[in-house]
Design a protein around this ligand. Structure first.
Ligand code: PLP
Length: 460
């Protein structure tokens, strides 16, 4: 394989991808194999001598597609989407072909400056204040971890970085009971301890109770513990909970706490004016993460973190050993200092392609359709005898269950995923086993969404 034949193979790959997407509706959404099935078909040692691309390609086409769960399947309604638009795919192809690494401005000025520009574009698309800047990470988990490390160090006067945490007071981090496990992970790994992540009770609308937040902070202070920050949930993974950020922010400000918003999924929807009340107050927070790789068409991986003032995060994460000193590019950001890994992919290119190829209006239409179809489906399911919509649609997510109880609901979910026409997952809500429905893949249509009702009627 060399550069001369790469274009032929790239063309073949592009055609394969086109046909793969065109044929997705004929495939079961979730891989219908058992653990170990693929592994058993793979040699357990690498080849000593080169193999021909034809052989490699044939093995790919023979072994891989049936062992995939098809995330771009139009009837993938599980988890949150990781939607991939064709423009993003093309950009990813270029990113791979260029193979640049944007750890410093100097190592890839285009990657750095396009990232700066995309942060401005997205800030404006989401109508956030002009003083926000930010960066692109691989995942929301990384962004939230960076935010929690920043909270910790800001609260410790940046001494934890050099002195360690053994002499530090017990630190406390606050988030709603609906928060994503990435916040638990951040508390664990940042040395705060999962037991010091205080999960604040939610109100009937599943938003964090600001009064309970205030009381928890005051009790911790009185007990000599050190509150470090609050993470707000804006579109929770389970059933789409939204905190009242403005109310929680007022409490956080009273105690000078750093604030981070986890809008990994719902953030994309904020390009639509009508959804912005859901995260009112986010504009006043210190840090916000959202994943264009979930719902905006810039495929995995692409997590955007907005920062009101990046200095605290740079002071927490940035290091400049001799070999990373640069003689040129002074004044430009070295984005590795804003995040965890040193090496950085050229992710801004796919945002640039996506935002231009579809325009904000095109993207808004897609998101609005997903929300409208989800609401329509919830209405239809609610009419099916024995089916109960447990949590109403929040954007493009709702949950439902069978009135017969958990065992019956679980059995229905197993039948649905074995059937293969659609793919759904579960969560627990208010002690009940519920099935989540969410849509958002790029090629999903109203018919795909409504097929869910048909499948459920068939399998009841
Ligand atoms: N936060 C929320 C609300 C999520 O739904 C998810 C993933 O689904 C995450 C964080 C973690 O996202 P990532 O996979 O980018 O780490």
């Amino acid at each position: 394989m060399n550069h001369d034949v790469l274009p032929d193979w790239a063309a073949r790959a592009a055609l394969w991808v086109r046909d793969y997407h065109a044929g997705l509706r004929d495939r079961p959404v979730r891989a219908q194999i058992r653990p170990g099935d693929l592994l058993a078909q793979l040699p357990d040692t690498p080849p000593e001598t080169p193999e021909g691309m034809e052989t490699i390609w044939d093995d790919f086409a023979r072994l891989i597609p049936d062992a995939l769960t098809h995330w771009q399947h139009p009837r993938f309604f599980a988890y949150f989407p990781a939607n991939a638009s064709p423009a993003s795919m093309l950009a990813e192809q270029l990113i791979a072909g260029i193979g640049a690494q944007g750890m410093l401005w100097q190592t890839s000025p285009a990657a750095t400056e396009l990232e700066q520009a995309m942060m401005v574009w997205l800030r404006r698309a989401l109508a956030l204040p002009e003083d926000f800047t930010g960066t692109i990470h691989d995942s929301a988990t990384t962004a939230t971890f960076c935010a929690v490390l920043t909270m910790r160090e800001r609260a410790l006067g940046f001494r934890g970085l050099t002195e360690g945490l053994s002499g530090a007071p017990v630190m406390r981090l606050y988030a709603s009971a609906q928060t994503h496990s990435s916040v638990d992970k951040a508390a664990r790994l940042a040395g705060i301890g999962q037991n010091n992540l205080v999960k604040i009770a939610t109100r009937d609308d599943l938003s964090m109770d600001p009064e309970a937040l205030r009381q928890a902070i005051e009790a911790d202070k009185a007990a000599g513990r050190l509150p470090i920050g609050v993470v707000f949930c804006s579109g929770g993974t389970g059933v789409g909970a939204f905190d009242d950020i403005a109310a929680g922010l007022a409490v956080a400000r009273d105690h000078d706490l750093y604030t981070h918003v986890d809008a990994a999924w719902a953030g994309s929807a904020m390009i639509c004016r009508e959804f912005r009340p859901l995260w009112a107050g986010a504009e006043g927070c210190d840090s916000i993460v959202f994943n264009p790789h979930k719902w905006l068409g810039a495929q995995f991986d692409c997590a955007v973190q907005f920062l009101r003032d990046p200095v605290a995060q740079i002071n927490t994460l940035g290091l400049r050993p001799d070999y990373l000193q640069t003689l040129e590019g002074e004044g430009a950001p070295n984005f590795n200092e804003w995040t965890l890994p040193l090496g950085r992919r050229f992710r801004a290119l796919k945002l640039w392609f996506v935002l231009r190829a579809y325009g904000l209006d095109g993207l808004r239409t897609r998101l609005r359709n997903h929300v409208a179809w989800t609401e329509e489906l919830a209405g239809v399911l609610a009419q099916i005898p024995g089916v109960e919509v447990v949590t109403d649609p929040r954007l493009a997510l709702f949950s439902f269950a069978l009135t017969q109880g958990d065992a019956a609901t679980e059995a229905l979910l197993t039948r649905i995923n074995a059937d293969g026409r659609i793919y759904l997952t579960q969560t627990r809500h208010a002690g009940r086993f519920v099935i989540r429905f969410t849509c958002g893949t790029w090629d999903c249509t109203r018919d795909d969404v409504m097929a869910t009702a048909e499948v459920i009627r068939d399998l009841l």
